[in-house]
Design a protein around this ligand. Structure first.
Ligand SMILES: NC(=O)c1ccc[n+]([C@@H]2O[C@H](COP(=O)([O-])OP(=O)(O)OC[C@H]3O[C@@H](n4cnc5c(N)ncnc54)[C@H](O)[C@@H]3O)[C@@H](O)[C@H]2O)c1
Length: 325
């Protein structure tokens, strides 16, 4: 039975949503975060919080041992594609060496399950709908660090008999229906965040980077998945790998492509102001279109998404942005 869970990056956007759901299922949830991009406001009061960097291996190990941690959900990372291109060393250190340290801290402890947040950014460009067996060839430094971390986890788990669940998230959007948590970090380079900030201004301008791609409306296509659905996946996958004593790599998305222009139009539709949708030039390192084949996820956890709706995702972001403005 799962009893004591440690979430790294628990004061972040996704970490706070995972915490909210896990606290409904388990009594003891521990959070570890260095608050580099996380926020105190997002720390759930019912969880025990440690302000600590995952690089502090000995301290992390002490926490794991003292609290008899049986399951780790590892979300702590740097994740801004553009920043990763400019600062490859920072990304390698945090995402690869950080993961290595955390794994070493788990060695010969009570840790039995390890869930990791990977990303669609590891897949080769141009495959459109990707399964877990699609070609891996990350375009960005960020994607490269995530696949390296995946490999470290797989090797470590094999040697140390730990079950892993590698979750390859597609694009996360939305805020919890509780209204208590959401994305705070303004530098996250997150489409829904940028549009939410903009839509509350007097004269909103929603930028589209690239409108001449070979897609249905010329803009990039993504598989946006609501953060509360992603959070629930963590719970369901954790229970299942623990029960069956197995490991899995799973794409996490809705198997549905939504264009950036569609998102902009939905923000515009939900606003009473005069919103300008502005076409600008392409950005380097943007994948053109990518959606998740989620067959394996659905089969493994018998998954039924609860928030698969663009209008609701946009609304929850605007409501949250108004609250923290
Ligand atoms: N947001 C997305 O769309 C998305 C998509 C795919 C994958 N992911 C992955 O999900 C995870 C969480 O992302 P998020 O959107 O919640 O980002 P976030 O920045 O809100 O959360 C990351 C958290 O990790 C903490 N952290 C970073 N480095 C740390 C370290 N060395 N030690 C301790 N804490 C550290 C930060 O303070 C922050 O609270 C990341 O691993 C990211 O790569 C996110």
């Amino acid at each position: 039975m799962i009893k004591n869970i440690l979430i790294t990056g628990g004061a972040g956007y996704i970490g706070s949503h995972v915490t909210e759901i896990l606290l409904k299922k388990y009594k003891k949830v521990f959070l570890l975060d260095n608050l580099s991009t996380g926020h105190r406001k997002l720390i759930n009061k019912k969880a025990k919080f440690f302000k600590l960097d995952i690089h502090r291996k000995d301290k992390v190990r002490k926490i794991i041992k003292k609290n008899k941690i049986d399951s780790i959900i590892h979300l702590a990372a740097n994740l801004i594609i553009g920043e990763g291109q400019r600062k490859p060393k920072k990304y390698y250190k945090n995402n690869v060496l950080g993961t290595k340290n955390l794994l070493e801290a788990c060695k010969d402890t009570s840790v039995k399950n390890f869930i990791f947040s990977s990303t669609a950014a590891i897949y080769k460009e141009g495959q459109y709908k990707v399964s877990e067996k699609s070609i891996i060839k990350p375009k960005s430094i960020y994607g490269k660090t995530k696949i390296k971390a995946e490999n470290l986890i797989r090797n470590f788990s094999k040697k140390n008999k730990i079950n892993y669940g590698i979750l390859r998230y597609f694009n996360i959007a939305g805020s919890s229906p509780s209204g208590k948590i959401g994305l705070i970090n303004k530098n996250s380079d997150h489409l829904f965040k940028n549009y939410s900030i903009e839509i509350l201004k007097k004269k909103p301008k929603l930028k589209i980077y690239g409108t001449n791609y070979k897609t249905k409306d010329g803009s990039c296509i993504r598989d946006f998945i609501h953060v509360s659905d992603i959070a629930e996946i963590h719970y369901l996958v954790l229970e299942k790998i623990n029960k069956l004593n197995i490991s899995k790599i799973l794409n996490c998305g809705y198997n549905k492509g939504i264009s950036v222009l569609q998102v902009a139009k939905e923000f515009k539709r939900q606003s009473s102001k005069k919103v300008n949708i502005i076409e600008t030039k392409r950005r380097r390192n943007d994948l053109i279109k990518i959606i998740a084949s989620n067959k394996n996820l659905k089969k493994f956890i018998n998954w039924k998404p609860k928030f698969n709706n663009l209008g609701k995702m946009v609304k929850s972001c605007i409501v949250w942005e108004k609250k923290i403005k």
